[in-house]
Design a protein. Sequence first.
Length: 456
Amino acid sequence: MKHQKKFLLSEQDLPTQWYNIQAEMPNKPMPPLNPKTHEPLTAGDLSHIFNMECSKQELDQTHPWIDIPDEVQEKYAYYRSTPLVRAYAFEQALGTRAHIYFKNESTNPLGSHKINSALPQCYYCKQEGDTNVTTETGAGQWGAALAYAAKLYGLEAAVYQVKITMQQKPYRSYLMRTFGAAVQGSPSMSTRAGKDIITREPNHPGSLGTAISEAIELATTTPGCKYALGSVLNHVALHQTIIGLEAEKQMAMAGEYPDKIIACFGGGSNFGGIAFPFMRHVFDGTHKDTEFIAAEPESCPKLTRGKFEYDFGDEAGYTPLLPMYTLGHDFKPANIHAGGLRYHGAGVIISQLVKDGYMRGVDIPQLDSFKAGILFAQTEGIVPAPESCHAIAATIREAQLANEEGKAPVILFNLSGHGLIDMPSYMSYIDGDLVNYRVSDAEIEKNLEEIPLKID
Ligand SMILES: *Cc1c(COP(=O)(O)O)cnc(C)c1O
C-alpha cells in the first residue's frame, strides 16, 4: 500500500479558536513594566500603540481559548489548512528510523507564517475604527504580510524598511508595494526620529531599532493609525497557535503523536505557534515527555547564553520592559542571512517556559543551517527560508542522536517559510562566501551590563 505523504484538513475542520497558553501555565509570565515608573502596564497603556483587542490578548491570563473572528477565519481559509507532510525522502537521505513530519507554513501568498498574525491584527484595527497601520521590517517578511492583510481589510499600510536591506534585497519591497503598501527606506525624512538621524549622518544605512522608532512615532502622532508587531509579543504567538492546533489534528490523521517538536527561533512566534497547543498535554499529563526545541542561530544565542532579566524589546529603548531571556537590547548580532532570527530577546511566555524547564534552545551555526536547507531542498523539493533552515538543522541533529541511541522518535518541525525570495543568501552560501559567527563570552557579558532592570 502507498504511504500517505501529506495530511490536510477540510475547511470545516479548521480550528475556530486560538489557544492562550498563558491561562494554563504553572508559573504565569511576569507583567511588562513601564520603563520609567516600573509599574505593571495595563491593556489601556498598550492601546496607545496597539489596537485594543490585541492589547487585551497580550495580558490575558484567564481565558485558555479565544475565538477567531469569523472574518479572520474566512481569510485563513484562503490558504489554510497548511499541509502536514511526512518527509520520507529526507528521512531516507539521513538514514534514520525517526519519523519526520513538517508543517509547511510556506504555502500562502506571502511565503511565511507571519500572515497568521497580520490578518487578525488588521481585522481588529478595522473593527475598532482605525484606518491605517504601520510597522517596521528588516528583510520584509513581516512587512509583506502586513501589506497584504491591510489591503484585505481596507486599511492603508505604511512600512519602514531598513534602508540597506531595501537596497540590497529589493524584491520584498516591491512585494509590499504590489499589495498596496507605502514603503519608506528607514531612516526617512517623514518622522522626527528619521530626520534627526539623517541630519547627523546623511548616509545612515538604517537599523531595525530606528525603523521601530519611526513606525511608533507615526502611530502615536497619526489619528486612526496603529502599530503592529510581527513577533515576540504574546498576542502574536497566540494567533500563531493556529499552526499547532491544525498540526495536532493532522498528526492524529497520521496516527502518530510527536516526541520532539522543533522550530526556528527569532522572537518565538512560529515556535510558540507550533509548540503551545502540544504543551497543554504536558500540563494535563497526557503527554508529559514531549520535548520542545527552539533552534536559534549561534550568532544570536539568547536562549542558551542570554540572561532572564527585564529588558527593552527594541534597540532604542522605546518599548515597555519585558521579562525575558536577552542578550541586552543593544546587542548587535552578526549580519547572518537569517534576518528574522537576529533579535536580542525571546518572547515572554517562552522565556518563562524555558526558565521552568519545559523547553530548551539549541544553537545552530550558519553553515550548518544552509547545508541542512540544501539537503531538504534536494529531497523534499522545497527551498526553505534561511530562518527555517535552522529548524531543519536541529531536526537532523535529533535524528542523528536517535540513530546513535538506536531509537525511532516521531519528530515534528515547523517549516516557517520558503526561501525563494532569499536566493541571494543561497547564492552567498553556494559561492562559498559565508562563515560562522560564534559570539565570545566577553561580548555577551559586556552587553548584559546594559540591562535596565535585573531580576534577582
Ligand atoms: C520572521 C520569521 C521567523 C522568525 O520569527 P519568529 O517570531 O521567531 O517565528 C522565522 N521564519 C521566517 C520564515 C520568518 O519570516
